[in-house]
Design a protein around this ligand. Structure first.
Ligand code: V47
Length: 390
């Protein structure tokens, strides 16, 4: 780092934080709040990028993945959600095992390594259903990791089984579950829980469930849904709680800040987060979460151009090609479901990074230094008919 940059960071008011960052010292809750409450983005970006480059140099990770949402029926009534079936909203569906198989087969010609599967909390689904859908995906695509079920879904699965979560986790693993996604954490504070998602797990129960899953040998991601009613200190509280659990279990792969999309939700009046807030959130996450290896810029929510910049503000991962993401409506409809491999590689290279394809467990699949793999030409993804369970 040049003297000029040191001076810039100092003048921005972060000289003390910069010293801690360079010395590898942990930042405090107060440091986090101070960074968030300042009008600065660039100085935070410099510091976060320094940490990121120290660990990864020019590498930026991505994954070839597919999303499957097995049901949109949900009894949790979260105010931020536009995905669940409700009057005047999306029609209810449940995918049966055969429909799940068809979804997977739809991309049989693409070398997908991760299948990300989540769904609503639907009490009609029996315990065997969850085991069967995981087994079916593994049968169709033995080499892909099934990354499925958030903490609240795990609790629902245990309830459907009528057995302790620890036993259920063993059976899910035997069926082929390989990792857990990071959804459902929202903002891990009592106030936001009470106001927005009070029928779901609160912060203690979310962390307890993650702790149980990690000790059963299932690693997970963690998200934060930001840009709605939460305060900046509440965001930092969320980060500190995740950091504490990571100290204890080491079970988180990656942190993913999710920018709230208000469309078709009970919070439709809320204004979307700005690009500056998205970048600041990525940078502060990198600086506060000193024990998380990976910070993911989820391009679908923050747009590809902001995600490119995020690769210079602390993020080392862009998620993936993402087929069939249905949880939210995305800003630019032309990007609704997927980027081609070529687009993703271009995006990373234009940001001055070297694309490295990873699998769901962050094993390197290949470095795409210069060339681009041939991909089967495909028409825009045809909708797969939804099958309703009897
Ligand atoms: O849990 C719900 C969030 C999450 C909205 O683990 C919303 O690799 C924005 O967790 N606007 C599901 N977000 C998505 C998720 C995820 C995504 C990408 C990668 C990974 C990973 C996980 O989406 C939900 C909730 O927190 N969400 N509604 C909304 N209106």
């Amino acid at each position: 780092m040049s003297v000029y940059l040191d001076r810039y960071i100092e003048q921005a008011g972060f000289g003390d934080i910069w010293q801690k960052v360079q010395a590898g010292e942990r930042l405090s809750f107060e440091d986090g709040v101070r960074m968030y409450e300042s009008g600065e983005v660039t100085a935070l970006g410099y510091m976060a990028n320094w940490v990121r480059e120290k660990q990864y140099g020019d590498i930026a990770y991505f994954v070839r993945n597919q999303h499957i949402n097995y049901t949109n029926i949900c009894n949790k009534d979260c105010k931020f959600c536009s995905f669940y079936a409700k009057k005047g909203g999306p029609k209810p569906y449940e995918l049966d095992v055969e429909a799940i198989r068809r979804r997977v087969r739809e991309y049989a010609d693409v070398p997908i390594t991760e299948i990300h599967m989540v769904g609503g909390i639907n009490p009609r689904l029996p315990y065997e259903y969850y085991l069967d859908i995981v087994r079916a995906i593994k049968e169709e695509r033995p080499s892909a990791t099934v990354k499925a079920f958030t903490m609240i879904e795990l609790q629902q699965i245990a309830r459907a089984a009528g057995r302790p979560l620890t036993e259920v986790l063993v059976e899910l693993k035997e069926a082929g579950l390989g990792a857990l996604p990071g959804g459902g954490a929202e903002v891990l504070t009592p106030r936001v829980h009470e106001e927005l998602y009070n029928k779901k797990l609160d912060w203690r129960d979310w962390l307890d469930t993650a702790r149980t899953a990690h000790s059963a040998g299932l690693k997970s991601n963690a998200t934060m849904l930001y840009g709605h009613i939460e305060t900046l200190p509440e965001r930092v509280e969320h980060l500190v709680r995740l950091r504490e659990l990571q100290d204890e279990t080491g079970g988180f792969f990656c942190f993913i800040p999710l920018s709230f999309d208000p469309q078709n939700t009970k919070l439709a009046h809320v204004r979307r987060s700005t690009g500056a807030d998205d970048l600041k959130t990525i940078a502060i996450s990198r600086l506060m979460l000193d024990n998380f290896d990976h910070i993911k810029a989820f391009w679908m929510m923050i747009t590809p151009p902001v995600a490119q910049l995020a690769l210079r503000y602390g993020a080392d991962d862009l998620d993936g090609t993402i087929m069939n993401y249905e949880i939210t409506h995305v800003i630019d409809q032309s990007n609704r479901q997927a980027l081609t491999m070529q687009q993703l590689l271009d995006m990373i290279r234009e940001a001055g990074r070297v694309p490295v394809e990873r699998d769901a467990l962050y094993n390197v699949v290949s470095r795409w230094e210069l060339e681009t793999p041939a991909e089967p030409a495909r028409a825009p993804s045809a909708p797969v008919p939804l099958t309703v369970l009897n």
